[in-house]
Design a protein around this ligand. Sequence first.
Ligand SMILES: [Zn+2]
Length: 221
Amino acid sequence: MDTRDAYFREKIIESGQWLTARGMVGTFEGNISALDRERGRLYITPSGRAKDTLTPEMVVVTDPEGNELVRKEGLKASSEIVMHARMYAMRPDVNACVHCHAPFSTAFALNHTPIRTDAMAELRVMYGGEVPVLPYGEPGTEHLVDGYGEHRDKNVVLLANHGMLALGKDLDEACGRTATVEAAAKILFISRLMGRNVPIPPEELEKLDKIAERMAAERPR
Ligand SMILES: [Zn+2]
């Protein structure tokens, strides 16, 4: 284990603790990965272990296709490894994936309801006003993200009848997106119960879209 290897393992552990502390992952569900593209090593949480009890040597290392390279005796890569590998192949700009069953987002996924509103400025700027739902795919297979091709510009998607998938250039970004989308789902749910959920006027939405365009242009590549 060299410094670079240790860094990736540590980031997976840290992310598991961060997401658990915020109620984003339950005991055994969810999986977190990061890809070291330079070395062709994919780091992922092991199957069936709580995300806040992991130690660096428990992180499983695979090649970018998801074939196991290094693992501790008795542990294996998350069953969703194929989904992670497929996302990295589809999005060369993405180096981290977080999949979880955060309660409010997952409730939207169970209802096949996108997290979509013209009433929330942040959702408009950060996510184009919508987090879409991909069609149902069998868990543990690459079919979970069959529908992603139509939403390649989205950094967070819902998986029908299942949960959420957030992408990022690194784990800090993917974890941050997980938490902000879950917060948006929660707010939208409460706001709809209250009833009005007043849309932002179209001319103001245009201004928000300009902010989003400017932020996208300024993003380091
Ligand atoms: Zn899942």
